[in-house]
Design a protein around this ligand. Structure first.
Ligand SMILES: NC(=O)c1ccc[n+]([C@@H]2O[C@H](COP(=O)([O-])OP(=O)(O)OC[C@H]3O[C@@H](n4cnc5c(N)ncnc54)[C@H](OP(=O)(O)O)[C@@H]3O)[C@@H](O)[C@H]2O)c1
Length: 321
């Protein structure tokens, strides 16, 4: 069985922020994935007809991808999309995470689905004993609990990437104190002293890791894969910006105590910006660091991955993600 999958892959949430990179990387890896015969995506009618998404969808279709339009909340639509598919890669956004429980139930029920990647691609939600209490982790933890208790037939692979380097660079409007870099105004806000080591994955590399996991079912099925492009500090990122822009930045620091206070206040107020503060606290507290990642298990070598300089260059050039 292991050598025959993935044969037909269905991506859900393919045109989303990270789904775009994952789908593009799977298409790019097609020639190297000898078992792979077909890639399809299940997308909502709104996205399928969205003018802003047409260039991407057309480019994928020209590479042989099939676009299936439907509603992930309709069991009939999902069953149709699952027909003959052996591998499902879910890239659903945060608000759609719990919808995966029904998608997994339908996968268990289907005759064809053998392998499922739940939407993770982020912070390690089971890093240590404190992880279970972190508010942003709760829905992903519920999905993992459902899987542990109910999914028997379908093999699962979780791809844990830590923060996306590309997104980490940016200030979130209204949440500047959580840290970030404004390379136009040459300003930066760093957490603590700016010297905490953080494991990052760039967004194109998230796609590469998922494609590598698909290419090695024996190494990746039934596993939580912890992968990353590089480990750097916020000061390293600042130095890279200063080098590439040949300028000195004005720096502000948010102490860890201030970060925690603001985090608590925002959660108490029900402010959605709270999530970003919690995640940055977790990342600054070293909870992206491992003795050894699973990069090697997947056959991904340092040269296959992007360096920090590539991400900073994209930012300075104004190329979004
Ligand atoms: N590590 C990091 O720094 C980081 C950053 C951001 C996200 N993430 C993780 O990456 C994963 C994907 O997040 P994303 O930001 O890429 O997702 P997103 O862009 O918000 O959404 C992806 C797609 O999910 C589909 N979807 C359908 N129903 C949905 C619903 N009820 N709620 C939300 N989405 C729904 C939509 O597909 P259609 O368009 O086809 O309808 C949408 O395009 C999540 O697990 C998230 O936690 C990690």
């Amino acid at each position: 069985m292991a050598s025959s999958v993935p044969s037909k892959i269905l991506v859900i949430g393919a045109t989303g922020v990270i789904g775009k990179y994952i789908t593009t990387a799977i298409l790019a890896a097609k020639p190297r994935l000898s078992s792979l015969s077909h890639i399809s995506i299940l997308t909502s009618p709104g996205t399928a007809s969205n003018p802003a998404k047409q260039a991407l969808l057309s480019s994928w279709k020209s590479q042989g991808l099939t676009v299936i339009t439907g509603d992930i909340n309709s069991a009939d639509d999902v069953r149709k999309a699952y027909k003959d598919v052996d591998t499902v890669v879910s890239c659903l956004g945060r608000t759609g995470l719990l919808e995966q429980i029904e998608l997994l139930r339908l996968a268990e029920e289907s005759d064809s689905v053998q392998w499922f990647f739940p939407s993770e691609y982020g912070t390690d939600i089971e890093y240590d004993e404190t992880s279970k209490d972190e508010k942003p982790h709760q829905n992903k933890l519920k999905v993992r609990k459902f899987i542990r208790e109910n999914v028997k037939k379908v093999k699962i692979t979780y791809v844990v990437t830590g923060p996306y380097a590309d997104m980490f660079l940016e200030y979130k409007p209204g949440a500047e104190a959580a840290g970030g870099y404004d390379w136009k105004k040459k300003k930066a806000v760093l957490i603590g002293e700016g010297d905490d080591r953080i494991g990052f994955t760039t967004m194109p590399d998230v796609g590469k890791f998922v494609a590598a996991a698909l290419a090695s079912p024996q190494a990746s099925q039934g596993r939580i894969l912890r992968v990353q492009s590089f480990v750097r500090t916020q000061s390293d990122i600042l130095a890279e910006f200063e080098k590439q822009t040949a300028s000195k930045f004005e720096i502000k620091y948010t102490s860890k105590a201030e970060l925690r206070e603001t985090e608590k206040r925002l959660w108490d107020e029900g402010n959605p910006l709270a999530t970003g503060f919690t995640l940055r606290r977790i990342w600054s507290d070293g909870k992206t660091l491992y003795e050894k990642t699973d990069n090697e298990r997947l056959g991904v070598k340092p040269d296959d991955l992007e360096p920090l300089s590539a991400v900073v260059e994209r930012a300075v050039m104004g190329k979004g993600y």
